[in-house]
Design a protein around this ligand. Structure first.
Ligand code: UDP
Length: 379
């Protein structure tokens, strides 16, 4: 069996891993992996920064967090994972606050010292005007949990900067990504496993793509003529571009970073969010703090990245599917078209291929399921 993998990122790497598992080895599979970029790893790509000797995640920090045993086992098969807890801070004109919003944040913003029971009563009162059983969008959902003040200080500006649209246009599901707790737990994630690989993520891709049955071609853009040589094509680029935007463009947002060097430590934390509109950027990350197992800066300089967001133009790398109603209607048309007999060899996979806001662990789980499916169908 010959498979063409379009995209050398996590979706295809994890799919190759699962297809290569022993239980599937009745038939040998040959993979040609192509990527238009000059490096492997997609947006998980990491490299050591020459100037400071710290590992940087070129397309933004990827903190692995999951409840999935399958995903955790997969990542540990290739990488040395170190425990990492993401404790974000929020900076606003009013000061520095604990994030995600927790009892500390609420006491800080309102200048109070409430215990849990008092805070429950307080939040009940301030959210009463916004309570609804049927939140229609991101803004409704957030207001009903947080009330007006917390929403304005920590959510509205950040979300508008990050997504480039009014928060009332975003799906309610985005709100579920951000925990809200009436206790002092300031761990950004609610997951059983949370960690960062000591050697960076690129090592995982190097291992998977160096398999004897994998042939890798970087700097190679997919073209329709390539498909005829293969039994199956796993396409992890954007589905709207694949179909030449026939039903219009799906919207994505992209992020970009300004690189800065500070003499010594800069901000003192891995991530600080700038949650109000007075600053044009969304957050700053300082990679040294993603390696807490190191005690000192390897060199005396510290690199930090200021992150900006914008809507994706054709020449930009798409990062996040926005999934407004109009996008989902278009997606539906593309997905229908993809089911036509003519495209029966094609599988659209990963965050861009499926136009879904998938975290790393969800991509790995999707690959595990897809591998089962491919194997059952090919016999
Ligand atoms: N969010 C916010 N303020 C913050 C952090 C997050 O308003 O300080 C909102 C924002 O809309 C964001 C969503 O919560 O898109 C989910 O946050 P998450 O950190 O999961 O976004 P990611 O970094 O994965 O894009």
């Amino acid at each position: 069996m010959k498979v063409l993998c379009v995209g050398a990122g996590l979706a295809n790497a994890s799919l190759i891993h699962f297809l290569n598992q022993k239980k599937f080895q009745q038939e040998e599979i040959f993979f040609d992996v192509i990527d238009k970029r000059k490096h492997i790893g997609g947006n998980c790509y990491t490299e050591v920064d020459e100037e400071t000797d710290v590992t940087i995640h070129k397309y933004g920090p990827h903190i692995f967090n999951t409840n999935s045993e399958i995903a955790w086992e997969f990542i540990n098969a290739y990488l040395t994972m170190h425990p990492f807890t993401n404790r974000v801070k929020a900076s606003t004109p009013k000061g520095i606050f604990s994030m995600p919003i927790n009892l500390h944040t609420i006491n800080q913003l309102y200048g109070k010292s409430m215990n849990v029971a008092e805070a429950v009563e307080f939040m009940d009162k301030i959210t009463a005007p916004y309570r609804t059983n049927d939140p229609k969008n991101f803004e409704d959902t957030m207001l009903s949990h947080l009330g007006r003040d917390l929403y304005k200080e920590f959510i509205y500006g950040y979300t508008k900067k990050q997504w480039g649209v009014e928060p009332s246009e975003l799906p309610a599901a985005v709100a579920k990504r951000l925990p809200f707790r009436l206790n002092y737990n300031d761990n950004y994630y609610n997951k059983k496993y949370q960690g960062i690989p000591e050697e960076g993520y690129t090592a995982l891709f190097e291992k998977i793509f160096s398999d004897k049955n994998v042939h890798l071609s970087l700097d190679t853009t997919y073209d329709d003529y390539m498909a005829s040589d293969y039994d199956s094509i796993i396409y992890t680029g954007t589905i709207d571009q694949f179909f030449n935007f026939e039903f219009g463009r799906l919207s994505y947002r992209t992020v970009y970073w300004e690189r800065n060097i500070s003499n010594g430590i800069f901000q003192g934390n891995a991530v600080i969010n700038y949650t109000t509109e007075d600053k044009p950027f969304t957050r700053i990350n300082e990679p040294f703090f993603f390696e807490p197992w190191k005690n000192d800066l390897p060199k005396s300089n510290s690199v930090y990245f200021t992150e900006f967001s914008k809507l994706t133009d054709l020449e930009d790398e798409p990062y996040y599917p926005i999934r407004r109603t109009e996008d989902l209607n278009r997606l539906n048309l593309y997905e229908k078209k993809a089911k036509l007999e003519k495209y029966s060899k094609f599988i659209f996979h990963g965050r861009l291929g499926s136009y879904r806001y998938l975290d790393m662990d969800m991509v790995i789980e999707a690959s595990a399921r897809l591998a089962e499916k491919i194997k059952t169908h090919s016999h």
